[in-house]
Ligand binder design. Structure first.
Ligand code: AMP
Length: 207
């Protein structure tokens, strides 16, 4: 089963993807994580991507599509994957259709007012990438691996507002593009609640 998670920044795609990986035995592919890994390792891709990411803009398609195709071609993806953060434009979706079949697209629907509330509190673990929110977790170290938590540069409110505009203009048209295989879930409540909705929808689709 190959799945795309679609939704605005902070809609909870990363958390949902992690839950789904365990449940459905899928590989999670996050283009955002791949870029951050490249930035950390100071690769050519990382150096090119950083200036776009810091401003809240999309990294150009040629770089992104190549990075994603290389990842999908790896052995561990052959049993199914879940894409978190790709495609983010019609051009990327068209490129993806040439290299993989997509079974389901899950749209995480979260009001922008809720997204803005989430922004200030989000913290990410420097070690394992686990995501926290200061509203529900007050420690500064990761519960799982003990590494320090940090706020991503592109998680500042100003940048996020710009990212939401980019989402509206460039990514949201994918909702129509994938209308035939789209499942919509409400992502404003708890991650567990969102995950339960997804499981129910996927189950009902099988029947
Ligand atoms: P994310 O972690 O998915 O929120 O992605 C962080 C940033 O990485 C985005 O704001 C973009 O700058 C860049 N990025 C991630 N995925 C893509 C993509 N599919 N196309 C272009 N840029 C991307």
């Amino acid at each position: 089963m190959n799945i795309i998670l679609l939704g605005a920044p902070f809609s909870g795609k990363g958390t949902l993807a992690r839950n789904m990986v365990n449940e459905y035995n899928l590989v999670q592919i996050s283009t955002g994580d791949l870029f951050r890994e490249n930035i950390k390792n100071q690769t050519e891709i990382g150096l090119e991507a950083k200036s776009y990411i810091d401003k809240g803009n999309l990294v150009p398609d040629d770089v992104t599509i190549k990075m994603l195709s290389d990842r999908i071609a790896q052995d561990d993806c052959q049993n199914g994957f879940i894409l978190d953060g790709f495609p983010r434009s019609i051009e990327q979706a068209v490129a993806l259709s040439k290299i993989a079949n997509i079974d389901i697209v899950i749209l995480l629907d979260v009001p922008y007012s809720t997204i803005e509330q989430r922004v200030e509190g989000r913290r990410v673990c420097t070690g394992c990438g686990e995501i926290y929110n200061t509203m529900t977790y007050s420690k500064t170290e990761c519960e799982k691996c003990g590494s320090a938590l940090y706020q991503r540069d592109d998680d500042k409110l100003e940048t996020v507002r710009h990212r939401l505009e980019v989402y509206d203009q460039i990514t949201a048209p994918l909702i129509d593009f994938y209308a035939d295989i789209l499942l919509k879930v409400q992502g404003a409540d708890s991650p567990l609640d969102t995950f339960e909705q997804v499981k129910t929808l996927i189950e009902s689709r099988k029947n």
